[in-house]
Design a protein around this ligand. Structure first.
Ligand code: NAD
Length: 499
């Protein structure tokens, strides 16, 4: 599909498209070709302030929408995304470099599924009414608990799933009745800006505001702003710590979805074909730029040699190249900085004494010479203490570590500061459950990888974050409890002094 992008995209504040107050912009490029795609407004402190003020002005009326009215609106948003799925998938692939078959099958459908899930979920959210009496007081009372929105929330997302991460944040926050100031990554702002063009008229002005710009500017201005009642962040653990500190300074809650180095564990008794398939889904999906990527691969000694041989063969057959071709399995890394970071880790692996079993370099064949393409990479002769086994590389690079026993692999898997994803591959269900329970992580897959539908909680243990998204529990995190406590006894006024 041919998409006509605008030359310049403004900020979306109070239902209006406005340039940055100082007129400054930044350029966003296509990582597969190096070509400029568009310019986006670089939000200033004043712009962030205007967005927060617009959100607060919209809040009283939006808060009073009933749950079913908000649910109907979320369903409309989902319909608009589905109707425009092809265009949105194309923009996402152009801006991010990910293959069109992933954006068409995963990013955009998972996003409208998310809006539909929260349209339904908000209708199931219940308060309570409980008859109580208080010691020392006469008469009975009725305690009513309502869930109320928090107010204006600040949301910041990364570049790896720009549209899907927006859906993860926007759908529950809107469903719960909050107003939003949202910042996409400056590397990949276009799909969310296009979404706002499509759905802006459905929302009352000020309910959703989008400020674009770099992290150290627009992002930092958001962290510094006193007007937020909650921060929600997806991104690196490093910046996540800054968000946590900013939230602590304001005494407001923060939901943090951060980095990972997840253990993908293969036992001798796994189904072998499925295992090699799962290895690829775990580390090559989205060019390995996945927070929960199966980047630390543990293989039991009985199948180790056969596994490495099959994995190298599979990695060497992956179709890398033009993100716009439906045949492409792996597209471009998001930008040159990210590609160089990955290449640097390959050098670190070599210096640490590991072996590059395949890949380990840029893919520059034919028309891809100017793009940020990497070859699928498998690194062997790795020990769990090496930097490449402990640090998040965020590319199509898996390190493989041999193990003997269940206890040994559990200990190695847990020897990490992160705890986001992970998987166990075995035909023994008792072992699958035992190992899943023993690993300190928020999500363990069994005989699959990277499935993240709405309806199952996703989030991190340890340095991988605080809070869960993608299920009902995030609605609690976007609401607070209001207790209305009613004295039902017309004669009794409260505390009675006679003993
Ligand atoms: P990043 O932390 O560099 O940036 C994330 C967002 O924060 C961007 O919008 C950026 O502009 C903004 N930002 C940067 N500096 C800021 C500052 N000082 N103040 C406020 N905002 C600031 O992350 P990235 O490189 O865009 O994304 C990759 C990271 O995201 C990886 O670590 C990955 O694991 C993580 N991630 C986690 C999840 C999850 O669900 N746990 C999902 C996707 C990505």
């Amino acid at each position: 599909m041919k998409v006509q992008l605008k030359e310049k995209y403004d900020l979306y504040i109070n239902g209006q498209w406005v340039p940055a107050s100082d007129g400054k912009t930044f350029v966003t490029t296509n990582p597969a070709t190096g070509e400029k795609l568009a310019e986006c407004a670089q939000a200033t402190k004043d712009d962030v302030d205007a967005a927060v003020k617009a959100a607060w002005a919209a809040f009283p009326a939006w808060r009073d929408w009933t749950a079913n009215d908000r649910a109907a609106l979320l369903n409309k948003i989902a319909d608009v995304i589905e109707e425009n799925a092809e265009e949105l998938a194309t923009i996402e692939s152009m801006d991010n470099g990910k293959p069109i078959r992933e954006t068409s099958i995963v990013d955009i459908p998972w996003s409208y599924e998310h809006f539909r899930y929260f349209a339904g979920a908000v209708l199931t959210q219940r308060g309570s009414a409980t008859m109580l009496n208080t010691m020392g007081f006469k008469g009975d009372s009725l305690s009513i608990v309502l869930r109320e929105p928090i107010g204006v929330v600040g949301q910041i997302v990364p570049w790896n799933f720009p549209f899907l991460m927006a859906a993860w944040k926007l759908a529950p926050a809107l469903a719960a009745g909050n107003c939003i100031v949202f910042k996409p990554s400056s590397t990949t702002s276009l799909s969310v800006l296009r979404l706002v063009e499509l759905i802006g008229d459905l929302l009352p002005a000020g309910v959703l505001n989008v400020v674009t710009g770099g992290g150290s500017r627009a992002g930092q201005y958001m962290l510094d702003h006193p007007g937020f009642r909650k921060l929600a962040f997806t991104g690196s653990t490093e910046i996540g710590l800054d968000v946590a500190k900013a939230a602590a300074d304001k005494l407001i809650p923060a939901t943090l979805e951060l980095g990972g180095k997840s253990a993908n564990i293969y036992f001798d008794d796994c189904r072998f074909e499925q295992a090699i398939d799962g290895l690829q889904i775990g580390i090559l999906f989205n060019q390995g730029q996945v927070c929960c990527a199966g980047s630390r691969v543990f293989v039991q000694e009985g199948i180790y040699d056969k596994f490495v041989e099959a994995a190298v063969k599979a990695f060497n057959s992956v179709n890398v190249g033009d993100p716009m071709s439906m045949d492409t399995q792996m597209g471009a890394q998001v930008d040159e900085t990210q590609m160089k970071k990955i290449l640097n880790y390959i050098d670190i692996a070599k210096a640490e004494g590991a072996t590059i079993a395949c890949g380990g370099e840029r893919f520059t064949e034919g028309p891809n010479a100017k793009g940020c393409f990497m070859k699928p990479t498998l690194i062997t002769n790795v020990t769990n203490d090496m930097r490449v086994a402990q640090e998040e590389i965020f590319g199509p690079v898996a390190v493989v570590i041999k193990f003997k026993t269940e206890d040994e692999v559990i200990a190695m898997a847990n020897d990490s500061v992160y705890g986001l994803g992970g998987a166990v591959w075995t035909t023994d269900i008792s072992k699958a459950i035992r190992v899943s329970r023993a690993i300190e992580t928020g999500r363990m897959w069994v005989n699959t990888y990277n499935q993240i539908p709405a309806g199952a909680p996703f989030g991190g243990y340890k340095q991988s974050g605080i809070g869960r998204e993608t299920d009902l529990s995030i609605l609690d995190a976007y609401t607070q409890q209001k207790n209305i406590f009613i004295n039902l006894d017309e004669d009794a006024t409260g505390f009675y002094p006679e003993k």
